[in-house]
Design a binder for this molecule. Structure first.
Ligand SMILES: [Zn+2]
Length: 454
């Protein structure tokens, strides 16, 4: 309709030979009208809003009476809907090659995950592929840490960088940075035997080499002493927590799970933030305990698109029983509760807590998993609004250039990455899964055919 109108106007101009009549001010703009707006700036929701999108960006957003719809803009009536920013997942592991990555992209966008950080398992080929996807409206905005760092014989060392000396570490960091990575990831935790964790001086060399070459160091930890040493060495970006969750001794509640006041102070003084990554722990049993979740055809499709083997295992009652009948099951859940408490403690203390979920590991499907991670933040004691801010603005603020993201909130000038929901997530955080449509860089995401026809 709009196009016809413009065409007619152009024809009239040609016929009369007149000069340049300006197009209507709203030409090319799209106005989303009438939804509840959660802009993720931390302010209260706006009950009846207008969001104007043009050229992939938000031109204006706010209460309807204070946000005019430009004349001639295309409008979409979103009464009874809620708009939230696209989700920012700070902890994913893309798998396999281009064809598979495209399916993982599709799952992410289907579920409104418009930004993701790949943390430590990307080959040079995958790094190049992810960098090549920059600016695509049919792919999320991606960051990568290339291939991560461990220690010879240590956690995740196989196929990763495992320098034994500081010099070797510095050279390997430079190799990663030459590929164009944004982050340098290291695993600072133990696996089978003690003593195979990256030694402090090598960690410091990795951090120094990363920072002096413009990359951001990020570490997987599960111990406060390591956290302190890494902050002293200049690291600000932690995956997981200070509660033991991997390796020997994990899976039973620890004696003293709370971060110390001194460590919390250190985090606040140094702008340290955490991406606790609850899903990789809880999803080890969650679907076995709640197989009814697997009745959801979209979730099944998301599993099928990245790891059908995991779905087949979860569909098998015997393999589910193995998990829930395990004598250690209650202990694992109690240990997990300590991890939830860590999220709440850090959040309440004012330490920035972002969202990430280890999507791409066997039980954490791309896309769906971010919504489940938000649900767990609410279970931890955060409000739904806190969980949404953590999953959007907080994560965006940690991406390079730190503190200057042009996405993650819904404000004038930011990228038009957003999710339209059919139900109010402030009433029940699980309503973030009730998606009407998703926009990435001003374009509606094609969500059709995600669930294959039977
Ligand atoms: Zn990970």
């Amino acid at each position: 309709m709009k196009r016809l109108h413009l065409l007619a106007a152009g024809l009239a101009l040609t016929l009369t030979g007149c000069g340049e009549a300006p197009p209507p001010e709203g030409a090319g703009a799209l106005a989303l009208v009438g939804a509840q707006l959660i802009d993720a700036t931390g302010g209260p929701p706006v009950a009846d809003s207008v969001v104007v999108v043009r050229d992939g960006r938000i031109e204006s957003a706010g209460a309807r009476d204070a946000t005019p719809v430009p004349e001639g803009a295309e409008t979409v009536d979103l009464a009874d809907k809620t708009i939230i920013p696209g989700l920012v997942n700070l902890h994913v592991h893309y798998r396999e090659g281009p064809e598979e990555i495209e399916r993982q992209f599709r799952s992410q966008l289907h579920y409104g995950v418009t930004t993701a950080r790949s943390t430590g398992s990307d080959t040079p080929e995958r790094v190049a592929y992810l960098l090549g996807a920059a600016g695509r409206s049919d792919a999320p905005r991606t960051y990568t840490a290339g291939m991560g760092f461990s220690y010879p014989g240590g956690f995740n060392a196989a196929g990763r960088n495992a320098p034994a000396t500081e010099e070797e570490a510095r050279a390997l960091v430079r190799d990663q940075i030459a590929l164009g990575v944004h982050f340098i990831k290291m695993w600072v935790n133990e696996v089978a035997e003690p003593g195979l964790k990256i030694p402090p001086e090598i960690r410091a060399a990795i951090i120094d080499e990363a920072v002096s070459n413009g990359a951001i160091p990020v570490a997987h930890i599960d111990d406060e002493a390591d956290g302190r040493q890494l902050v002293e060495a200049g690291l600000r970006d932690f995956l997981h927590s200070t509660v033991l969750t991997f390796g020997p001794g994990a899976g039973v509640p620890v004696e003293d799970p709370d971060p110390s006041p001194a460590f919390i102070r250190m985090c606040l003084d140094n702008d340290v933030y955490f991406t606790p990554t609850l899903s990789i722990i809880q999803n080890r049993w969650h679907f076995a305990e709640h197989p009814e979740l697997l009745d959801d055809p979209e979730l099944r499709a998301a599993f099928e698109m990245y790891n059908p083997d995991a779905l087949a295992r979860l569909d098998d009652p015997a393999s589910r029983a193995e998990i829930v009948d395990d004598p250690g099951f209650e202990d694992r859940k109690a240990a997990f509760r300590q991890l939830l408490d860590f999220v709440k403690t850090m959040h309440d203390a004012g330490v920035a807590v972002a969202l990430g979920n280890d999507a791409g590991t066997p039980n954490v499907p791309f896309g769906w998993g971010m919504h489940h991670e938000m649900e767990m933040y609410v279970e931890a004691g955060l409000t739904p609004m806190d969980a949404i801010v953590a999953a959007t603005a907080t994560g965006a603020a940690q991406m390079p250039p730190v503190g200057a993201a042009d996405y993650g909130t819904l404000e004038a000038g930011k990228a038009a990455d957003l999710i339209v929901l059919n139900a109010d997530p402030l009433a029940d955080i699980r309503n973030t899964l009730d998606i009407d449509r998703v926009m990435r860089l001003g374009e509606w995401v094609d969500r059709s055919g995600f669930v294959p026809a039977p």
